[in-house]
Design a protein. Structure first.
Length: 425
């Protein structure tokens, strides 16, 4: 039963939080799983192993926990069930996804240990709900993650300027803390990564934050969004029109931003993304999110691009019962027009604090200019994984109109919506 010394505090249950962060090779997940199996075999502990988004048990650490049980020869002490791992002494491991899952929060009541794996994916809202729900005397929370951005909620909690919560163990763990790392194939892989792309390797293996993307269009704007607290819990205004702004793709990603124009603010409520999916997938996702009454805002190719053989996106969405608007072709230079519109409107934009919106924000942070280094010239936006979400976001900004002046403005639309909802006229 070998566990690196960097994790020795896991066997000292006097602390409230145990936060382990760092790059690949530090054996964070294996060490925490091993320590919890050893403790669960000795005492009847109720342990909740969670990720922010867990669509099935395949996404959980259940297999890792049960592999450790086998590695340690403790099969006689545990029983593997469909959705939990039960100890013969009365303890158990349960596996939960926190996002939009009230049952996950209920599972924390009475738990002895919470383990948040891939903790950099947890939204601020989830963390704020988890902490007070873990209220059993002596209960502990363990957090493990590979750092991505310094503004991720778990990094702000444990590594931010305010300092970590009281009675916390916060430790950086890397491959250097793993005495068995040199005996694995990962050593050669790491050395090659540092040779080929040192900046990437510093993030993946060294545990450094993602470095600033050269030429990122929205770096200053997103920094202001964070410093001004414009990533927060947002509620839908029931009297305002909900709009879903699309960028269509098949081999590329399809990206959808769900937003409301409320007075002079743009409130981003949700983000949906997929790749290689039929349009019905996005229809289902919109309905599951409660956006079945949203106005579908499509780019110009929505009336002729066939996502599947069932017709254009415009035709399919109308057949599914949605109202659809198609933005005319903006012509040459449309991408930079969207960038300019987004930069102008960013001071008015608020983002919902959810895992899905966080995915979209990270794409906006990575959206950058393609450069010709020889000529030292900009070549327009780079077409990569971040460009599809950014194009849909830009479409939203192009579609925004200042309140006042026409019946289509949101303030008048709200007045009419209020009259209609109240009187039926």
């Amino acid at each position: 039963m070998k566990i690196p010394g960097a994790f020795r505090e896991l066997f000292d249950p006097q602390h409230r939080d145990y936060a382990y962060y760092g790059g690949r090779g530090g054996a964070k997940s294996h060490s925490i799983a091993g320590a919890l199996v050893i403790q669960a075999a000795a005492s009847p502990l109720r342990i909740v192993c969670a990720r922010e988004i867990q669509e099935s048990l395949r996404d959980s650490v259940k297999q890792l926990i049960e592999d450790k049980i086998a590695d340690y020869g403790l099969e006689d002490h545990f029983e593997s069930l469909r959705d939990e791992t039960r100890a013969k002494n009365g303890g158990r491991f349960v596996y939960k996804g926190m996002w939009r899952n009230p049952d996950a929060l209920k599972s924390l009541e009475g738990a002895d240990v919470f383990w948040g794996e891939e903790a950099n994916r947890f939204s601020g809202r989830s963390i704020r709900l988890i902490r007070p729900t873990m209220r059993k005397p002596g209960s502990r929370m363990i957090w493990s993650w590979n750092p991505e951005f310094d503004h991720d909620p778990v990094d702000m909690l444990f590594r931010g300027p305010a300092g970590p919560p009281p009675n916390s163990i916060v430790r950086e763990v890397s491959w250097k803390d793993n005495p068995w790392f040199a005996d694995t194939p990962l050593l050669a892989e790491m050395e090659n990564d540092y040779r080929v792309d040192p900046a990437m390797a510093a993030h993946v293996w060294g545990g450094e934050y993602v470095s600033a993307v050269d030429g990122a269009y929205y770096a200053a704007q997103l920094a202001a969004v964070r410093s001004e607290g414009r990533i927060t819990a947002l509620a839908r205004d029931p009297l305002m029109r909900v709009r879903a702004f699309w960028d269509l793709g098949w081999r590329d990603a399809t990206a959808i931003w769900v937003a409301q124009f409320v007075g002079r603010e743009i409130r981003v409520l949700d983000y949906i993304e997929g790749r290689g999916q039929e349009l019905g997938y996005y229809v289902s996702a919109l309905r599951a999110g409660g956006w079945d009454q949203a106005l579908m805002e499509l780019p110009h190719d929505g009336q002729n691009v066939t996502v599947t053989s069932s017709g254009s996106a415009q035709q399919q969405l109308r057949a599914a019962g949605f109202e659809v608007n198609v933005t005319p072709n903006q012509g040459k230079g449309a991408a930079l027009e969207r960038v300019a519109a987004a930069r102008r409107l960013f001071p008015r934009i608020w983002f919902n604090d959810t895992p899905t919106v966080a995915i979209g924000i990270k794409a906006l942070a990575a959206y950058h200019e393609r450069r010709d280094d020889r000529r030292k010239a900009g070549l327009g936006p780079e077409h990569d994984w971040a460009s599809d979400p950014a194009d849909a976001f830009g479409l939203m900004c192009i579609a925004y109109q200042e309140p006042g002046g026409t019946y289509d403005d949101e303030e008048e639309w709200r007045d009419d919506a209020g009259r209609n909802s109240a009187t039926g006229y």
